[in-house]
Structures are given as structure tokens and as C-alpha cells.
Design a protein around this ligand. Structure first.
Ligand SMILES: [Zn+2]
Length: 322
């Protein structure tokens, strides 16, 4: 079909649609004729209303969580590397880089990727969002005893990604990530043997959490990185290290802003100071039977689930609840 023929065909469709304008059903048919039918995707984008448990579902008229910045810099809390031993700091940094690179390496029709940058050094800051002040995206590691005392942190969670976003339009303003040593010691389970239930593959976990950081919720597709459930064997799961096609499709659907260098070092600019109202969302990736290791489920079933929802409603400057 030539371009002229295509335009003519589209014009015919438009004419028919105009003639049927009084019928919303027929107009819908016209739309289907004019444009290819889109296949139903299993991946799920997080929305301002979907920060709940389980596989998220589409919520009508609920804006997607979205990044307006094209890059984000994260750093580690002062005691993170000590607490992740016997993993070394170098190994931990490399695992985080590799986990985020799995996503940024996806080719979305040649678009420039969103950039997630690891800062050198560490910080005394912990997770949280402060309005009208600079925020730092922090990776924190907690012993189980400390984790249990944290608000909204499920005792069965392996990790929790906290997305701080503007509630009305869903712009992500800040992100933090918490790891729970109560779930087991983190390790590189392709280099050492990890007994499921007592040791957790760090890259498997961070690749999944990175998907949440970017704006994805859970999918129902078996074998996908963003699947909340995984059947494991005697060794800890590592399959989420590799993205499935569903993850790739979800990542490209995010249509994240592509990072363009703005300075000689090609580093991420300092994030802006936000003054808008915000809310908090989180994803807890939990292991069923984790605290019930004598239950017989040990090493057989791992459940990654979204736990915390929008919980902390902050207020606009005028003090009105949003
Ligand atoms: Zn998750």
C-alpha cells in the first residue's frame, strides 16, 4: 500500500466513524479498524493507586508512577558493606551495577536509556523523603531485629523499595532501598552454593527491586524478573537476574527519559529540591516460610510480594491533605 492509498483508507475509516459518531460502540470498532489491536501485556506499571499487595492490576484513571528526571544517583549507608559481609564492598558494588545494567541494556527502539548511577563513598543518611530539602537515594541493610522495628517492613520481606512520588501525577521524586538480613545472608549464588531459605542471591534481589525503582509492578508471567512468585529448588533463586521478554516489554513501556550528558564527567546532576506534596509506596519481596523454616517450605517456594501501599500522606504547603 502506498502512502496515498494509506491516507485514502484512513480517510474512509474517519468518514465512517463520523457517520457513526452517535454510537460509541461503533466508534470503538472504528478505532480498532484504524489502528492495530494491541496485545494485552502481562507486565504491570505501578500507578499512584496500585502500590498494594500481590500482582498489580490496572486502575482506571490512575496515573503511572513516572520519572521526569533522566537519571538517579544512589549511595550506600555507612554500615551497608560491613553488614553484607562476607560479600566485599567491591563485589557488592559490582552486583548493583550489573543488576541495573540488565535494565539499561534493553534496546527500546534505539532510545537512550535512563541512567542509574552509583555514587562513590557512603552516607550517614537513611531512607526517607524530606520536603523542601535535598534528598539522597540510599541503600540500607538491616539485621532482622532492626528490620522488625521498622514501620511498614514486613517480617517476611527480603527487600523493600521505597518510591516517593507526587500523588496526583505520579512523578517519582526519590527512591530508597532496604535489605533485610533476617531473610538470610546475601551472596553471589553463581559463585558460591546458596542454600535456599538461608542465603539470598543479591543480584537476583536487586534486579527485581531495580524494576520497581524504574516504575514496574509485578507481572503474572512465569519466569519473569518482575514475577512475584518463584519456585526454587534447594539452592537460592538466580533466574531473576536475567530479564524475560515480558520485563523487556514493561521496561520499554515505561518510556523513561533518556539520559544525556550535561557535564564533562557525564554524571547525574544533583536532584532538585521538591516542594510538592508526596506519598510513599513500597514493595516488599518476601519469602514464604522464611520465618517458619521448620515448616517444610524451606527452599521450595519463594514468594515475592508487594506489601506496603501509599501510607504516609504528607500535606501540601497550604496544609491540605492530598
Ligand atoms: Zn517486588
Amino acid at each position: 500500500m502506498t502512502l496515498i492509498e494509506a491516507r485514502a483508507a484512513l480517510l474512509v475509516v474517519r468518514v465512517v466513524c463520523v457517520a457513526r459518531r452517535i454510537s460509541p460502540v461503533l466508534f470503538a470498532v472504528c478505532l480498532a479498524l484504524a489502528f492495530p489491536v494491541q496485545k494485552v501485556a502481562a507486565y504491570c506499571r505501578s500507578t499512584v493507586a496500585s502500590g498494594t499487595s500481590g500482582v498489580c492490576s490496572a486502575v482506571p484513571n490512575s496515573p503511572f508512577l513516572n520519572w521526569q528526571r533522566s537519571c538517579v544517583t544512589y549511595t550506600f549507608n555507612n554500615n551497608a558493606f560491613t553488614r553484607l559481609q562476607p560479600l566485599t564492598e567491591a563485589a557488592t558494588r559490582e552486583i548493583f551495577n550489573t543488576s541495573f545494567a540488565s535494565w539499561s541494556g534493553v534496546n527500546c527502539s534505539g532510545r537512550k536509556p535512563f541512567y542509574v548511577e552509583q555514587a562513590p563513598g557512603t552516607t550517614s543518611s537513611g531512607p526517607g523523603f524530606v520536603k523542601d530539602a535535598a534528598n539522597v537515594s540510599v541503600i540500607s541493610v538491616y539485621p532482622g531485629s532492626e528490620w522488625d522495628d521498622l514501620t511498614d517492613h514486613s517480617p517476611n520481606a527480603i527487600a523493600l523499595t521505597l518510591l516517593w512520588y507526587e500523588k496526583k501525577m505520579g512523578e517519582i521524586l526519590d527512591v530508597d532501598m532496604d535489605l533485610n538480613l533476617g531473610a538470610g545472608q546475601f551472596a553471589d549464588c553463581e559463585k558460591v552454593t546458596c542454600r535456599s531459605g538461608s542465603v539470598v542471591d543479591l543480584q537476583n534481589t536487586i534486579t527485581h527491586e531495580a524494576g520497581h525503582l524504574l516504575g514496574l509492578g509485578h507481572t503474572s508471567v512465569s519466569g519473569a524478573t518482575m514475577q512475584p512468585q518463584a519456585i526454587g529448588g534447594l539452592t537460592a533463586e538466580t533466574s531473576k537476574r536475567s530479564l524475560a521478554q515480558d520485563d523487556v516489554d514493561g521496561y520499554c513501556a515505561l518510556n523513561l527519559p533518556g539520559f544525556v550528558c550535561s557535564n564533562a564527567a557525564c554524571t547525574c546532576p544533583v536532584p532538585p529540591i521538591y516542594r510538592s506534596s508526596t506519598t510513599q509506596s513500597g514493595c516488599a519481596c518476601a519469602s514464604v516460610g522464611l520465618r517458619g523454616r521448620a515448616s517444610g517450605w524451606l527452599g521450595l517456594l519463594t514468594l515475592l510480594g508487594v506489601a506496603a501501599a501509599a501510607r504516609h500522606r504528607l500535606r501540601r504547603r497550604a496544609g491540605r491533605a492530598v
